[in-house]
Design a binder for this molecule. Structure first.
Ligand code: R5P
Length: 258
């Protein structure tokens, strides 16, 4: 057993439920100052205690999160492209020694199956998995980033399976019809992204459906930090993920906390 790697995973996935509520705030690494994240420290302050893990870049981590307040960190270590160019040609942007210095619980990159940068992104994943295994740091592969990607079960199933075959320790993807099949065919835990902002009801339904279909949690960003009441929303998402409440009950929790 890779003890360090398992130990770090157990910081992200709550051992009592086996699930996680990750808060994703890494959008700026290719989108710039995303709405709701203009001042990350202000956005994050009321949310940190409700996040089982925080997904972000080292720049925002260093400047906007106090070490004593930080939940387990899932560090974005890929980038080098922006929304203005071909996103899929990402490279690795953080040396493993810096990830270790930052005491991260996992490292993460995007893979671009079916895009121009498919090969380089998958080889980057392989390189990160080798480093992760060497130093005991789990690797999260993020699939299907980019507005042109078709997000159906066939495509997402392909991307998740490839990521797990290369050795990703967990995978982040989108919820879709037929999600159960993706979970069945991916031999590592899957967390779902929230995607673009929708109503609180819809976002909670998405999370509840994903959990019911076998997701091991969420890695949600915009549907939390762009909510009218981000703290109420992350509490409601926690109830879905860890207590297994349905979307209707979760919405009541949202309403009673706003
Ligand atoms: C995309 O590459 C980033 O990893 C985002 O963190 C991700 O899309 C999750 O955020 P959201 O729930 O806003 O889709």
């Amino acid at each position: 057993m890779n003890w360090g790697l398992e130990n770090r995973l157990s910081k992200i996935f709550r051992p009592d439920t086996g699930r996680t509520v990750m808060l994703a705030v890494d959008h700026g690494y290719f989108l710039g100052p995303t709405s709701g994240l203009e001042k990350p420290a202000v956005t994050l302050e009321p949310l940190l205690e409700y996040a089982n893990a925080l997904m972000l870049t080292r720049g925002v981590l260093r400047k906007c999160v106090l070490p004593e307040k930080a939940p387990p960190i899932v560090l974005r270590v890929s980038g080098g492209t922006s929304i203005l160019t071909e996103l899929s040609h990402e490279g690795l942007t953080v040396d493993i020694e810096d990830a270790i210095r930052l005491n991260v619980s996992a490292i993460t990159l995007s893979i671009f199956v079916g895009a121009k940068g498919e090969r380089e992104s998958l080889l980057n994943l392989a390189k990160l998995v080798d480093l992760g295994e060497k130093y005991g740091i789990p690797v999260l592969a993020v699939t299907a980033v980019g507005k042109d990607m078709v997000r159906d079960a066939r495509y997402l199933g392909l991307a998740c399976r490839i990521a797990s075959e290369i050795g990703a320790h967990f995978v982040k993807t989108y919820y879709c019809d037929g999600f159960e099949k993706i979970v069945e065919n991916t031999p590592v835990p899957i967390v779902i992204a929230g995607g673009k902002k929708v109503s609180e009801t819809e976002a909670l339904e998405l999370a509840a459906n994903a959990i019911k279909a076998g997701a091991s949690g969420v890695d949600m960003g915009r549907n939390i930090f762009q909510s009218e009441s981000p703290q109420a929303m992350i509490k409601a998402v926690n109830a879905v993920v860890h207590d297994g409440v349905d979307a209707q009950k979760a919405y009541q929790i949202y309403e009673s906390n706003r």
